[in-house]
Write a protein that binds this ligand. Structure first.
Ligand code: ACO
Length: 446
């Protein structure tokens, strides 16, 4: 594909003429000039269709593999300034939410647009808490998974299976139905995740304890053994809650784009969020925390970091947990996570891989290869170390990302559904394959 810039040329306006929010484009194939409206520093790709060589021409399109410079929606949920390293949910800086809010309060904010009042929060917590139980039949098919099944595979399948238990979920334009499915999805995520974990250990499932907080109950379902009542450690409970806040949403990332795309076919939210969870599983997205820890283990010692960095620079491997499509600065979540890591290590003992991680970061932040490409630690670089110190196996790391991301996915899904401009997602292509040709019988093929 020829990547030459289309022959656009801004029309020079004389200083006396009033500023217009338009873009003038001259098509040098025809000499015609088009005036395209500019709104929010953006032109509508459909306006390019007016640019045609003749009546039979389909019209101009824009080509943007991987959506590098294409806005797919108008959103009011999450704001990121990747150059400045800014992240805000509904206008509130992530640093303030991490310090002052709880995860469930943050989830409410993402979904409703405003922080809850005291009574709204109480009601919200009540509904989420009372949707934590899962149907007993779900336990039966979890039992069918192999003992070493990856918990993300179990999570994805079980979320999709919820669609068969709640057929009312297909009434996606009924606000009451959407509300109910939201409670179910956010409420049941920790339960399914914890059951998947217990299954891999061959341990009996622990039912939710509705008197505990959202992260506290999750720890209970994961780690309770013979205690009559599980009491989560407050430091770990708080650390997990902050990690949940940091992972709750991240505007139009791969999995948010997936739930919007899949949801645009009007499938129910269980199937749509199972697809989003699958997107998250990939090593370039939410699976990177697992990969980052594997990488630190593979490096093995601080002395071997320079050698590993050399391999990264030679293009043999990537420094997992580094780089981001949007952040060209330190990921603000990574900064907060680094602080939490020390709080967890104070309690659980320092993770021996920390020194290796710090050395990778130190070298990378000074090395021209990383500096030139603006590669900084992202959210996944330090989370693995915390999760490991908290006692989670590596396969649970992406699951720990998926649990809180559910609130962001549902918020993105609902915003898409209620946006009158949205339709079924259907990109165009540039077809460069064969022109029409006749079928060749098999005996005549070379
Ligand atoms: N290690 C080494 N080099 C890297 C890395 C990395 N982690 N990330 C990017 N680069 C290099 C690329 O090789 C490329 O170099 P080049 O210009 O010489 O070809 C340049 O930086 C730009 O990289 P792209 O892959 O074009 O950047 P893109 O925006 O497409 O990718 C991504 C972003 C996928 C996050 C990438 O940085 C990456 O693979 N990082 C490692 C995986 C990871 O940590 N993912 C988690 C992201 S956060 C999240 O999803 C929750």
């Amino acid at each position: 594909m020829d990547s030459a810039i289309p022959m656009t040329q801004p029309k020079t306006t004389d200083s006396s003429s009033a500023r217009r929010d338009t873009l003038s484009v001259t098509d040098n194939r025809t000499g015609k000039t088009y005036e395209i409206p500019v709104t929010n520093d953006t032109i509508r790709a459909n306006d390019l269709r007016k640019i045609r060589v003749d009546e039979s021409d389909f019209g101009m399109m824009s080509y943007d593999p991987a959506f590098n410079n294409t806005a797919s929606c108008i959103s009011r949920i999450t704001f990121i300034d990747g150059d400045q390293g800014i992240l805000r949910y509904r206008g509130y800086p992530i640093e303030e939410l991490a310090e002052k809010a709880t995860y469930l309060e943050t989830a409410y904010l993402l979904l409703h647009g405003e922080l809850p009042t005291e009574s709204q929060l109480k009601e919200w917590q009540h509904h989420i808490t009372h949707h934590t139980f899962i149907h007993e039949s779900i336990k039966k098919f979890l039992d069918g998974f192999h003992y070493d099944a990856h918990p993300m595979g179990m999570l994805i399948s079980t979320i999709a299976a919820l669609s068969t238990f709640y057929p009312d979920a297909k009434h996606i334009f009924d606000p009451e139905s959407r509300k109910k499915q939201t409670y179910r999805l956010i409420g049941k995520m920790p339960t399914i995740a914890a059951f998947s974990y217990r299954h891999t250990l061959g341990m009996p499932y622990v039912y939710p304890d509705n008197d505990l907080s959202y992260p506290g109950n999750f720890l209970n379902m994961l780690f309770r053994t013979s205690e009559t009542r599980y009491r989560p450690n407050p430091t770990l409970e708080k650390a997990l809650d902050i990690l949940f806040i940091l992972h709750a949403d991240h505007e139009q990332n791969c999995s948010a784009n997936t739930i919007r795309g899949v949801g645009s076919s009007h499938v129910d939210p269980f199937c749509a969020s199972a697809a989003a969870t699958a997107a998250l599983y990939g090593p370039l997205h939410g699976g990177a925390n697992e990969e980052a820890l594997r990488m630190l283990m593979e490096i093995g010692s601080v002395q071997k970091v320079p050698e590993f960095i050399k391999r990264v620079k030679a293009g043999e491997t990537r420094l997992m947990g580094f780089g981001h499509r949007i952040y060209k600065n330190y990921d603000p979540r990574a900064r907060i996570i680094k602080r939490i890591a020390y709080e967890v290590f104070d309690l659980m003992g320092k993770n021996p891989l920390l020194e290796i991680a710090l050395e990778c970061e130190r070298i990378a932040l000074e090395d021209e290869y990383f500096v030139k490409r603006k590669l900084y630690p992202n959210v996944d670089f330090y989370t693995g170390l915390i999760y490991q110190s908290m006692g989670f196996p590596m396969t649970m790391f992406p699951v720990l990302f998926a649990i809180p991301r559910m609130s962001g996915w549902v918020a993105q899904w609902e915003e898409m559904l209620l946006d009158a401009e949205q339709k079924i997602a259907r990109p165009r292509q540039i077809y460069l394959g064969h022109d029409t040709r006749s079928y060749v019988p098999i005996e005549q093929r070379s």
